[in-house]
Design a protein around this ligand. Structure first.
Ligand SMILES: O=C(O)CCC(=O)C(=O)O
Ligand SMILES: [Fe+2]
Length: 405
């Protein structure tokens, strides 16, 4: 059951312009109102992380002001770049810009068929995907190898084009925005609506899995001339899809910790190896990062899937009722709805979750107790040994409380 339909207009929350700003040098996320308040609120913390002189403090202030300016002008610079790219970029493989069924792995199409069938149930789906860790993290093939190769060729071609590129998000320095490239509506929207939504409807009913109505899609790029790793963070998404497009690489595993709302036990992380063509679906609020790449290059397609009926109730970034600000495109996926209507919608989502669990229970009774719970079928995951973090110079503490926008 859908809760909330597609909406033409999306908004950002005002917190986008002054909160959750990542200061990479000291690995902290901060809020900023003015320098005086900032000094009082964050001076001691920054000092404890090595920001010892007035000069380095002023560098932090400049970095924050530049990031706020980048966010304020994001809408207009995005539109300018998108126009320039559509007018002057010659795609190498124009055919990869519009989704076709033959881009998708047979196993993925079978999963979608199952989810659309009369037998569809969460329990049945859990038996058909690899469950990684207990926190609603799943892995299954998405694309064919052929599509990944062609799409990567296209991305490399664009990368070499010399055209301007916006940073894909506030933490990755390298990568490509799918909307700027020009295939958001023709490639990602149908992937979301026709193929992912039947799956997320069953796996994430409580996160608006049946009500995904916007997304932010981008490609991250790790390698010698690109990013090396990614700090621990959670996403500005209800659900995240992360697909490995290639190429050959070593290291760079994703690792998962606790949920944003939980206190993190900072030594217990699960590393998940990624494989070409496979997608990992996880809750946006599930904290994660990427270990350093040791060889090769890694390109992953990231889709932050959003459900306005969920985020309208509470902004996942500031954990308050969102204060809406108009922006071009999908904004940050909030929509304008009357409070009482959105609460009604939320109740419908909860009800749909309840029905799923009821169905699961019935199914379990039918199966005479032969169940495979989410936590039981563990795929390619394990615990990162403590010394590995030290070996790889991964200062996990530095990254606590990360947030990605
Ligand atoms: O490097 C990766 O695969 C993770 C990317 C990620 O977590 C993100 O972009 O939100
Ligand atoms: Fe992420």
């Amino acid at each position: 059951m859908a809760c909330g339909g597609a909406r033409a207009k999306f908004y950002a929350c005002s917190c986008f312009y002054n909160k959750n700003i990542f200061v990479s040098t000291y690995g902290v996320h901060v809020s900023f109102r003015n320098e005086k308040t900032f000094r009082t609120e964050y001076g001691p913390l920054l000092k404890s992380r090595g920001c010892l002189t007035e000069e380095s403090f002023q560098q932090v202030i400049s970095q924050i002001k530049a990031e706020i300016e980048r966010r304020r002008s994001l809408g207009s610079t995005f539109l300018q770049r998108q126009k320039l790219i559509s007018e002057s970029y010659n795609p190498l493989h124009p055919e990869v810009y519009s989704l076709q069924r033959n881009f998708l792995a047979t196993e993925f199409l079978q999963l979608v068929d199952f989810c659309n069938s009369r037998e569809a149930s969460r329990h049945g789906l859990l038996q058909r995907v690899t469950c990684l860790a207990p926190k609603q993290t799943y892995k299954f093939p998405i694309f064919t190898k052929e599509f990944c190769r062609q799409f990567l060729d296209e991305l490399n071609n664009f990368e070499c084009s010399g055209l301007p590129k916006g940073r894909p998000n506030s933490m990755n320095q390298h990568g490509i925005s799918i909307a700027e490239l020009g295939c958001d509506a023709s490639l990602i929207s149908p992937l979301r609506d026709t193929f992912l939504r039947p799956i997320t409807r069953l796996l994430y009913p409580d996160l608006g899995g049946d009500a995904l109505d916007s997304h932010k899609a981008f490609v991250v790029h790790y390698g010698p001339a690109a990013d090396q790793d990614l700090a621990y963070h959670f996403d500005n998404a209800e659900i995240t899809l992360n697909v490995c497009l290639g190429e050959e690489f070593e290291g760079g595993e994703l690792y998962f910790g606790g949920m944003q709302q939980e206190m993190d036990n900072e030594t217990e992380f699960q590393a998940v190896a990624h494989h070409l063509t496979f997608g990992i679906l996880h809750c946006g609020q599930h904290r994660h990062g990427a270990l350093p790449l040791s060889a090769g290059e890694r390109w992953n397609l990231i889709v932050w899937l959003r459900a306005s009926c969920i985020r309208n109730l509470c902004c996942p970034m500031c954990a308050s009722k969102p204060e809406l600000v108009e922006t071009p495109g999908f904004g940050e996926g909030f929509s304008f709805v009357q409070k009482d209507i959105s609460q009604h919608i939320h109740l419908q989502c909860l009800r749909s979750r309840f029905m799923e669990e009821l169905n699961d229970k019935r199914w379990r009774i039918y199966m005479h107790g032969h169940t495979h719970g989410e936590g039981q079928a563990v795929g390619a995951c394990g615990t990162i040994p403590e010394n590995r973090n030290q070996d790889r110079n991964l200062p996990i503490n530095k990254y606590s409380n990360g947030i990605k926008l």
